[in-house]
Design a protein around this ligand. Structure first.
Ligand code: P6P
Length: 329
């Protein structure tokens, strides 16, 4: 039986669940931009797109050439279609509005155009993360974006790995599409992904152990103690250092991902960004039956105070995330 294309799947969603046609168009436009990013990433050194851009982003991080290329591809693909009022990105200090030459729409698009940048030059999987909010304000100002994660109307990510995959939710489950590079279509490969409630696999950057707060330290120590310890089972560990890749693995087989706050920068609640990393991933994880917290509070309930604010992240198999929260209580 032929696989459903992304377009066919979204039109079916429009007909069966009343999804707004402009939201469908927006998701298809993001998918088209993802294909162009996948093509650029796939060229690597042959396309002259590797290495540093010799610039820094609002986070003070050195930007890779592909960070900027991917950011521009998402802006150029989405600015003319009439679905958006504004866009915000990890790579831009301020949101960008829609040029006066183009119609404005009712949605806000936020994205991390290329997540996992430290992996770009060593050919390890990277990705794009995006979030969609409703525009309640005609101005393209930061305040219009400061809505809690529960306000998202859609979220998704792309993984640029051995396959290019596009994983989305519009609030009715999580669905995975794989790019057919012969035809250029995204085809449905998994519908209604479900994350197992329990796991024996954790993902964390262990080199930061000495900086962790006590509850995280205790949780990881218990995992390392294995079957002889209080958990009574052995654990495995993975850390890709691309959130998209670690989350995608959890979507496939369960697990828990932790990027906790640590004592290196006590003033920062964590490394990852709330609006265009943690919130979209938290919506996807919850839609697949998992849980996502900052260690104690549900991520989707956090009221944002700034566009680029950071947050601690503990997400994945529901029972494991709840266990960490009990240790932190
Ligand atoms: P570290 C990538 O830069 C990123 O934002 C996430 O994708 C990833 O999970 C994390 O940072 C990796 O951080 O400190 O292990 O390099």
């Amino acid at each position: 039986m032929a696989r459903l294309s992304l377009t066919h799947f979204l039109i079916r969603c429009e007909r069966t669940s009343g999804m707004d046609a402009n939201l469908r168009l927006l998701l298809e436009t993001v998918a088209r931009a993802v294909k162009t990013i996948s093509h650029a990433v796939g060229h690597g050194a042959l396309g002259g797109v590797l290495g540093s851009a010799q610039t820094s982003n609002v986070q003070g991080e050195t930007q890779k050439k592909l960070d900027i290329i991917a950011n521009q591809m998402l802006i150029e693909a989405n600015e003319w279609g009439g679905t958006l009022a504004a866009m915000a990105s990890e790579e831009m200090d301020q949101p960008v509005g829609i040029p006066v030459a183009y119609p404005r729409g009712d949605y806000l698009l936020l994205f991390d155009p290329l997540d996992g940048s430290s992996n770009i030059d060593v050919n390890v999987s990277i990705g794009t993360i995006f979030s969609v909010l409703r525009a309640h304000d005609p101005k393209a100002e930061e305040a219009a974006f400061l809505q809690p994660g529960t306000s998202q109307v859609a979220a998704g990510y792309a993984v640029y790995g051995p396959q290019t995959q596009f994983v989305i939710t519009v609030g009715q489950g999580v669905h995975e599409f794989t790019l057919d590079k012969d035809t250029g279509s995204f085809l449905l490969t998994r519908e209604n992904l479900r994350i197992p409630a329990q796991t024996q696999e954790f993902a964390i950057n262990m080199s930061n152990m000495r900086h962790w707060e006590a509850p995280v330290r205790r949780y990881i120590d218990e995992c390392l103690a294995g079957a002889d310890g209080p958990r009574g089972k052995d654990f495995n560990m993975r850390w890709v250092a691309s959130m998209v890749s670690d989350v995608h693995r959890i979507m496939q087989r369960g697990g828990i991902f932790l990027y906790p706050r640590d004592r290196r920068e006590p003033g920062k609640p964590g490394k990852l960004r709330l609006m265009y990393e943690a919130n979209p991933m938290a919506l996807l994880i919850e839609q697949a039956g998992g849980a996502a917290s900052n260690g104690t509070q549900r991520i989707l309930d956090i009221q944002p105070t700034s566009l680029h604010q950071r947050v601690a992240v503990v997400l994945g198999s529901r029972e494991e995330v709840e266990y960490v929260a009990r240790l932190s209580a």
